[in-house]
Design a binder for this molecule. Structure first.
Ligand code: RIB
Length: 292
């Protein structure tokens, strides 16, 4: 089985239930607080592991990181490349409103202490044939992408959250892009999914593109190939980590040798289950549940 190195964020998510997302200048009461392990990196590792893949997670936690390490280990994820640094782990303040919409405020903490030198000591253990899964929530991301590609790893890149830092990544070295509609628009300048996919495949002919559109389904594109998969119908409770779940399961589907259409369908089912439950990583289903 291929080895997956997910170099990614680990966050403690403070999830507040609110009537509506708080506006600038407004003070509003929440009617519930739950604390979950999260972070795009951790969620994607858990999704890939629950989908049955062999995952090594790399990253940094702070003094309060035991919850995050325990969470990864409970799913059989190899944590030998997760280290602790003084200070706080990454955390988020997440508001979830009555329509299951969320707003996320991110504090990078230990995730922003990752250096190129630290990353190199980890990448030494991986080689051609392995896969790097990468998001944009840790520091040194552009270096990690470049170094991994130089070593022959296939790079699966989810540029989330899209910020100014995302421009520093060498996208010509990406093997698979994992985008939502906002990221797709920011990368291509168009909001129309067909045009988005055309621009991405023209600019990055070496890469496949996965574009998720929430309730409007998901697309796969490579060269001239276009595959669409509708979303599963579900009553959403909390959409946090839906994209992360999709990523882990799509990866599993493709590594299994399924067609892109089958892999999209597997991922769409898993994401639908995730949005029907609260929290980030706790909402991610196991393969048995997705396939049943
Ligand atoms: O993708 C969802 C994740 O984004 C949350 O778990 C939160 O930690 C933020 O990183």
């Amino acid at each position: 089985m291929k080895r997956i190195l997910n170099f990614g964020s680990l966050n403690i998510d403070y999830v507040y239930a609110v009537q509506h997302i708080v506006r600038g200048g407004e003070t509003a009461a929440s009617h519930g607080l739950q604390v979950f392990p999260g972070g795009k990196g951790l969620n994607q590792s858990i999704a890939a592991a629950r989908a049955g893949l062999r995952v090594f997670h790399a990253g940094l936690v702070g003094d309060d990181g035991n919850l995050l390490l325990d969470t990864l280990r409970a799913d059989g994820i190899d944590t030998r490349f997760v280290s602790a640094v003084p200070g706080r782990s990454g955390h988020t303040i997440i508001q979830v409103d009555e329509n299951a919409q969320n707003a996320i405020l991110l504090y990078g903490g230990a995730n922003r202490a990752v250096t190129s030198e630290y990353a190199d000591t980890i990448l030494e253990h991986f080689s051609a044939g392995d896969i790097l899964l990468l998001q944009n929530e840790i520091s040194a991301g552009p270096h990690i992408l470049r170094r991994a590609a130089e070593k022959g790893l296939a790079v699966w890149f989810n540029p989330s959250p899209m910020d100014d830092g995302a421009r520093a990544f060498d996208l010509s070295r990406v093997s698979v892009f994992l985008l939502n509609e906002i990221e797709g628009e920011q990368l291509t300048g168009t909001a129309e999914p067909g045009a988005m996919l055309d621009r991405m495949t023209e600019r990055y002919p070496q890469a496949a593109v996965v574009l998720t559109l929430g309730a409007a389904g998901a697309w796969y594109a490579q060269g001239q190939t276009r595959v669409f998969c509708p979303a599963e119908k579900v009553d959403p409770v909390d959409t946090t980590a839906a994209g992360d779940t999709f990523t882990g399961y799509f990866l599993r589907g493709m590594l299994d040798g399924r067609t892109p259409e089958e892999a999209l369908r597997l991922a769409a089912k898993a994401a639908a289950i995730a949005v029907s439950r609260p929290g980030a990583s706790p909402s991610i289903p196991h393969l048995q549940e997705v396939e049943s």
